[in-house]
Design a protein around this ligand. Structure first.
Ligand code: IFM
Length: 457
């Protein structure tokens, strides 16, 4: 039996998001998203970069699908741009925008690749920010659900796998909180932490209403999921005490207690809520029932983790700082902690108490300082090292019986990395932004071999 083998039904894929790859920002009726406006303000994104052209995937999707075929993936996760479908955020549907996704999905299906559509990956219509402050206003949850009905009723004959919202913390807490560097769009500073928590509460409501809208609008059976970027606590040793400490720390780490807990259990974590005190959001009667929808699976975006150890004093655990020089990939937060994949999955089962929920890793990957060498190649052995160790941790989770069903590498190709512009490259395919040439990196060949052998090579 070769080592690091995955089960026969394990699903391999790659992921991208609309604003990061599509370009064609004002074509076929699309109107601006908050990221278009944010990028247009000097100093908001590195080098003033924007997603106006990005990877020009809008026009090159057919050759991009051919790359997917070459890679051997059977699953592709992409996102649908709300401002292409309902350009003003609410009101009339832009059929020309819908047609792009029909063309893309048909092309995927023709090539034997299953589409997985994320309904929101941060590109809120600017019109809603202007009209009522988008995520600051409860109305956005209803407008989002309307948009979701519109797209699911039009694409549901071709797409069965829907993901409501990608990474709630990023476009809410990083978009509206006072001290984020670099910030996320809209980059608005609201007056208090309570107002920031209100934005993520509205996003949770939007997720819940969207789940209902998908099931109501889908013409056939479908799967519905949320994609969250939990903060993963990793025990420094796997002693009973350190494992218990990592589990105890998990709800308190970053925003876990206020995002993944309400979504999966129907309640903000009690200790976390207490810790929030007056910063806790206003929760109306019935909100938690809406938020806590039945899910068919959970998508986890996991890149790194925080080491934790047991201590004798309250609260019984300590989250550890990393020493200077600790290995890190090409982002300030991208510390190399490969066990995070295993522990992230295990925490959902044991710490959140949802062992019933099938899990897909919907993003995992790294930015590296890729260079095109004289031979025209990108030999990204650092990315291979990162991916190999993370996939080994994922395989461990499967081998121990945790319900991990599939894995999407982030990302298929280098793309617009938000406030970092084009400076940070996460792709397994190199994008030459001057010519729009795609050059598969060494990691592309390595990942293709993992898929071919269905194991970590
Ligand atoms: O590029 C992003 C993606 O849009 C959301 N998850 C993290 C990735 C890397 O920063």
């Amino acid at each position: 039996m070769p080592s690091y083998q995955f089960p026969d039904d394990f699903q391999w894929g790659a992921a991208t998001a609309a604003y990061q790859i599509e370009g064609a920002a004002s074509e076929d009726g699309r109107k601006p998203s908050v990221w278009d406006s944010f990028s247009a303000i000097a100093g908001r994104t590195l080098n003033g970069d924007s997603g106006a052209i990005a990877c020009d995937h809008y026009h090159r999707y057919e050759s991009d699908v051919k790359l997917m075929v070459e890679l051997g993936i059977r699953h592709y996760r992409f996102s649908i741009a709300w401002p292409r479908i309902v350009p003003d955020g609410r009101g009339s549907v832009n059929e020309a925008g819908v047609d792009f996704y029909k063309r893309l999905v048909d092309c995927l299906i023709r090539h034997g690749i299953t589409p997985h559509a994320t309904l929101f990956h941060w590109d809120s219509p600017q019109a809603l920010e202007d009209q009522y402050g988008s995520w600051r206003n409860r109305q956005i949850a209803h407008d989002f659900a309307e948009y979701v009905s519109a797209i699911v009723s039009r694409l549901g004959d071709r797409v069965q796998h829907w993901m409501t919202i990608n990474e709630i913390p990023c476009f809410t807490h990083l978009g509206y909180s006072a001290n984020q560097t670099p910030p996320h769009a809209p980059g608005t500073r609201v007056g208090s932490s309570k107002e920031v928590w209100q934005t993520s509460h509205h996003a949770l409501l939007a997720h819940g209403l969207a789940c209902q809208a998908i099931r109501a609008a889908s013409p056939g059976p479908c799967s519905v999921s949320l994609v969250d970027n939990i903060a993963v606590t990793v025990p420094i040793t796997e002693s009973e005490a350190d494992i218990a400490a990592a589990q105890q720390a998990f709800p308190h780490c970053w925003l876990n207690g206020g995002i993944v807990f309400p979504a999966l259990t129907g309640a903000y974590h009690a200790g976390f809520l207490e810790q929030l005190g007056s910063a806790a959001p206003e929760i109306q009667t019935g909100d938690l029932e809406i938020i806590h929808q039945p899910l068919d699976r959970l998508g986890l975006n996991i890149y790194t983790g925080t080491y934790v150890r047991a201590i004798d004093q309250a609260p019984g655990y300590e989250c550890l700082d990393l020493p200077q020089g600790y290995p890190r990939l090409h982002m300030p937060w991208l510390n190399f902690v490969p066990e995070c994949l295993y522990w992230g999955i295990r925490h959902i089962s044991e710490t959140v108490g949802r062992p019933d929920l099938p899990i897909w890793i919907t993003e995992n990957g790294c930015a590296a300082q890729d260079v095109l060498d004289a031979k025209g190649e990108v030999i990204d052995t650092d990315r291979i090292l990162y991916l190999r160790q993370h996939l080994r941790a994922a395989q461990r989770a499967v081998a121990e019986g945790y319900p991990l069903k599939g894995y999407f590498v982030w990302s298929l190709m280098d793309n617009f990395e938000w406030a970092w512009g084009y400076d940070r490259r996460f792709g397994i395919v190199y994008t030459d932004y001057r010519t729009q040439q795609r050059i598969p990196k060494a990691s592309f060949g390595w990942y293709a071999e993992c898929i071919r052998q269905n194991r970590v090579v």
